[in-house]
Design a protein around this ligand. Structure first.
Ligand code: ASP
Length: 346
């Protein structure tokens, strides 16, 4: 195939993680493999009639070291290369992939091309690796078009045999190849012999110009409730200097202790300007403030319900909305609006 016959151009961005690792023949340790030589390592790539380019992060990181500054770098690479490519595959460690995919979904407004995250539980050179299938299928999804338009023009995660909306995912298994769950949103595609796209579940392209948002505000934290949580834990969290928003990971459908010290602490913090966002600890289902007596007070003092948003997505959304500098009332409104398909409001 001559270069003029190649219609689809993809960019693979390698950030680190198991998928890009191989055992060093000398030391025996896992080291990142050199994508310069990917066609030698995986000659099957030559069978695709796509042009594939590679971009490696420097340094490559285990995704436990992922930071918002890397999200910004990633968004800027996609912005710089957006017009040159039809789709992007991001190779990323699975540990924090759901956070990065959520963040990118907010940072890339008007995305009309696929950004497919994938990774693996076993390195590429292990005989039973899941990386090979994940990588090849992610490439196929990123290249997939219908009437010159990308089939999946959104930030998504492909793992094992499931394509999921990125900002709906959570890593829920540290060992199984099927490592992610999208507890509140159906799959975008199921992969077996065929890639069965569920078109009704996929965001429609709007054909507007990509707008990249990189002004994230990091003054956001998470407080997970547990039976017996003490006043000093709650108070010291609320006393974090400069804190602008707190994700309160509540029980069940948004429930919390009714102790007066607890409610009073939160009420005072809200009066002093803190945004408190109620997100459930459950991997599936929605916050419903007022359903139980144990959430009535949260509603009364001004805690904002996050419906069925994941913690990963809530964190990214708050960093994005506050970073954009919207007035507080607008932030509160958008926290209860689905802006990138990240929550279901019935
Ligand atoms: N610790 C690795 C990472 O998240 C695991 C993986 O790649 O899946 O980078």
């Amino acid at each position: 195939m001559t270069s003029s016959e190649i219609k689809t151009h993809l960019l693979i961005i390698y950030t680190g993680g198991t998928i890009g690792m191989m055992k060093d023949p000398v030391s025996g340790a896992l080291v990142p493999f050199d994508f310069e030589h990917i066609y030698d390592q995986m000659p099957i790539l030559k069978n695709f009639d796509f042009k594939i380019d590679f971009h490696s992060f420097n340094p490559l990181i285990d995704s436990s070291n992922m930071k918002p500054s890397f999200w910004i770098q990633l968004a800027e690479i996609i912005e710089a290369k957006y017009e040159l490519y039809d789709g992007f595959v991001v190779l990323h460690g699975s540990d924090t992939m759901a956070y990065t995919a959520s963040a990118l979904s907010f940072m890339l407004e008007n995305l009309n091309k696929p950004v497919v995250f994938t990774g693996s539980q076993l390195p590429m050179d292990v005989i039973r690796t899941d990386g090979r299938e994940n990588f090849l299928t992610a490439i196929e999804i990123a290249a997939s078009k219908e009437d010159e338009t990308s089939v999946v023009p959104e930030v998504c995660i492909f793992f094992e045999n499931q394509l999921m909306r990125g900002n709906r995912t959570t890593k829920f298994n540290a060992e199984r190849f099927n490592a992610f769950v999208s507890g509140n949103y159906p799959l975008l595609a199921e992969v077996g012999i065929h890639i069965r796209y569920q078109k009704n579940n996929i965001l429609k392209p709007n054909f507007k110009k990509l707008k990249v948002h990189t002004k994230l505000d990091f003054n956001v934290t998470i407080l997970k409730l547990f039976p017996g949580i003490s006043e000093s834990v709650v108070k010291s969290t609320l006393a974090i200097p400069g804190l602008k928003a707190l994700i309160l990971e509540t029980f069940g459908s948004g429930n919390a202790p009714t102790d007066s010290w607890f409610i009073n602490c939160l009420e005072e913090a809200i009066k002093n300007g803190l945004i408190i966002y109620n997100v459930t600890q459950c991997k599936s289902g929605s916050v419903d403030i007022g359903k139980y007596e144990t959430s009535l007070d949260l509603g009364r003092i001004g805690v904002i319900g996050g419906y069925d948003i994941t913690t990963e997505s809530a964190l990214a959304k708050l960093m994005y909305l506050i970073g954009e500098g919207y007035p507080k009332e607008r932030v509160l409104e958008l926290l209860q609006t689905s802006i990138r398909g990240e929550m279901t409001i019935e």
